[in-house]
Design a protein around this ligand. Sequence first.
Ligand code: SAH
Ligand code: SF4
Ligand code: F3S
Length: 438
Amino acid sequence: MKKYFHIVTYGCQMNLHESEKIAGLLSELGYERCDSLDNADIVVFNTCCIRENAENHAYGNIGMLKKLKAAKRDMIIAVGGCLPQQMNKAENLHEKFPYVDIIFGTHNLHKLKEYIAAKQHGKKAVIAIEEGDGVVCEGEPADRTSYPNAWVNITYGCNNFCSYCIVPYVRGRERSREFKNVLEEVKTLLSDGYKEITLLGQNVNSYASPTDGVRFPELISEISALEGKFRLRFMTSHPKDFSEDLAKAMADSDKICHCLHLPVQSGSDKILRAMNRKYTSADYLKKVELLKKYMPDCAITTDIIVGFPGETEEDFNATLRLVEEANFASAFTFVYSRRAGTKAAEMPDQIDAEVSKRRIMQLIELVNSQTRVYSAADVGKTVEILCEGYDEKRGLYLGRTEYGRMGYFASENNLIGEFVRMKVNQANGVSLFGDPVE
Ligand code: SAH
Ligand code: SF4
Ligand code: F3S
């Protein structure tokens, strides 16, 4: 009898990749992936707690499993990731959802097989949250789902303690993988046919290989010197650590995509200070200028938070001014969410939800207008798309340009995993539509 697993993932790319590792472990136990909760013998929720709505989303879906579990008593439900890693949350989860069999944190994913075995040997519920800074695991199997892209961790954790952010509390202190292990993994992925490598870390710029001291610019230069045609991307870069060396390394390589996600968070120096970001809006704009000096074509994207405690109209206007000046290719915008245990949660002047809502609408409008200008400028051009999938609804293949724009085109052949030259006929928001050309 075949046994099936189903994984539901919330949150960032880090979590997407961790779900691939969970899948790798479950495959080793003989489970096969399935698309629906109903057919699964084991269901894993890999959760996020970056904002309150991410948490609520997970709670809602875990709640809905109660019926299924009642009908299928031997189904195993596991909840892991950032949500249960928060202080006291694992116990809360257990009380609220007693039918969840396994609750595990971010530092003990690699022990999931043990927990499943314990459960199968009759243990009532496994609650396994490890404190501390975790370990760097090597050689874990990954059942990858994002071909032709492959995610590769280079750092885990974060030391920055931005005052709004829960990540340092749930992912522990920053630690880097050994350079030689990263390089070996990338070589294997390229020989397996992957065409795009995305290096992952909360702050990739502070990567430092433990024994040989290799830093980030050297790491990406070494990777981009590997044979073959492929793209190299990375995320995320903290502006305070973004250096000229990195801009040079990016410009010198024909494999590193000319696009950079550089979260600014706010344009107000007062708010940036309260956020503990360690740069001013002028510092940030200088980095943008530096990038454009080495790569005039570089697409810069960002994250922005509105409604941080104490944000006045004047502070918000400073954010709008910075967005205008930086002219982002696209941006993720968020309403500040109060996270228990962070410094900002204790700050006075928490902002009214209505005020934040108005601000984010205004910001989104500005960001979208910039995005549209960038996309419209591509009409008539021929761009290179790395085809990554097929959109059933549209009946079109899709993939990204080097700059991160999604391109759609029709084809008789399955082009997934191929670089396709596409003449852009039309632009719509962040999407481009066109025809393949020779
Ligand atoms: N390490 C990355 C990503 C962090 S999470 C970085 O430093 O950029 C991704 C984004 O979520 C952040 O850039 C920030 O804009 C947003 N974010 C983090 N905590 C938040 C909070 N409490 N409320 C609203 N947005 C938040
Ligand atoms: Fe959070 Fe700041 Fe670390 Fe990013 S750099 S994960 S925003 S604390
Ligand atoms: Fe969420 Fe954890 Fe990532 S809190 S954003 S899944 S590091």
